[in-house]
Ligand binder design. Structure first.
Ligand code: NAD
Ligand code: ZN
Length: 247
């Protein structure tokens, strides 16, 4: 870990007027949730087709079986890690205004972050494919797949963005507005490959924000728009930033 870079990053966050965090799957790795791409990533063992919207519509049972196994059975025991907690503390102390995330695991909210914009939706909520009624997942009966709607008996879909589905309008417009207002953006654990989420840091940069990036590897941002690239595990770097900010 490059301590001088971490010090500069902490100082920038401390003196920022409108800090915003942008997170990807890398921040949740140390909570035990694998990434999708890369070594040990989910796509090396699971066919991404299960997350394609037309496939889901045609074969909801098969799709749900996989989704339940990957997310719903596993997420029960998953807890936020120190990175989620430091971001939450940063929000409470006014160092950041919001968290924009590509994650669907709800861990920022569990850690206490109040303003979280979920670009790819959340596993916590299910939505009816027929009447669009939304349910908290705790209401769904997962012992019979696919779970069905209490109102119309339609198939329920996890409220996550499948391949070939658009991004939720509210989350996208809020994220763009946050990026436009930001003067510092803290990017954690994303490889900048998923469009249009990957355009958010570019918008922040265009609006004059300084970009700080934390990742174990370089991403598509690192040698292009990132101002301070800190190579390292999110937990280790964030713990140090938290210490420097007295969090
Ligand atoms: P990705 O899986 O494509 O990339 C993850 C990034 O995290 C990589 O750049 C990797 O180098 C980095 N990383 C891995 N471990 C790290 C660590 N300990 N500390 C810091 N960085 C680390 O993820 P993505 O770019 O976010 O895109 C995949 C999409 O899949 C996301 O948009 C998201 O919707 C979804 N997804 C969500 C979850 C989740 O909710 N936790 C998990 C996997 C995938
Ligand atoms: Zn319904």
């Amino acid at each position: 870990m490059d301590r001088s870079k971490i010090k500069r990053a902490a100082e920038l966050i401390r003196t920022s007027k409108y800090g915003v965090a942008f997170t990807g799957a890398g921040i949740s790795v140390e909570s035990g949730i694998p990434t999708f791409r890369g070594d040990g990533g989910l796509w090396s063992s699971v066919d991404p087709n299960y997350f394609e919207i037309e496939y889901f519509k045609k074969k909801p049972f098969q799709s749900w079986q996989k989704i339940k196994e990957i997310f719903y059975d596993k997420f029960v025991d998953v807890q936020p890690n120190i990175s989620h907690k430091i971001l939450s503390a940063m929000g409470n102390r006014g160092f950041i205004e919001s968290v924009i995330t590509q994650n669907i695991d709800h861990l920022h909210q569990v850690a206490g972050s109040k303003f979280v914009y979920e670009l790819h939706g959340t596993y916590k909520q299910l939505v009816c494919t027929e009447c669009s009624t939304e349910f908290d997942m705790s209401f769904a009966d997962m012992s019979f797949l696919p779970p069905t709607c209490y109102v119309c008996k339609g198939v329920l879909k996890p409220d996550i963005v499948f391949f070939n589905e658009p991004i939720p309008k509210f989350a996208l417009s809020r994220s763009i507005a946050e990026a436009d207002k930001s003067d510092v953006m803290l990017i954690i654990g994303t490889n900048a490959e998923v469009y249009p989420a990957n355009t958010i840091p570019v918008k922040a940069k265009d609006s004059g924000a300084t970009l700080i990036e934390i990742n174990i590897n370089k991403s598509g941002y690192s040698d292009t728009i990132t101002d301070i690239f800190i190579e390292g595990k999110a937990s280790e770097v964030m713990e140090e930033i938290g210490r420097l900010l007295y969090l």
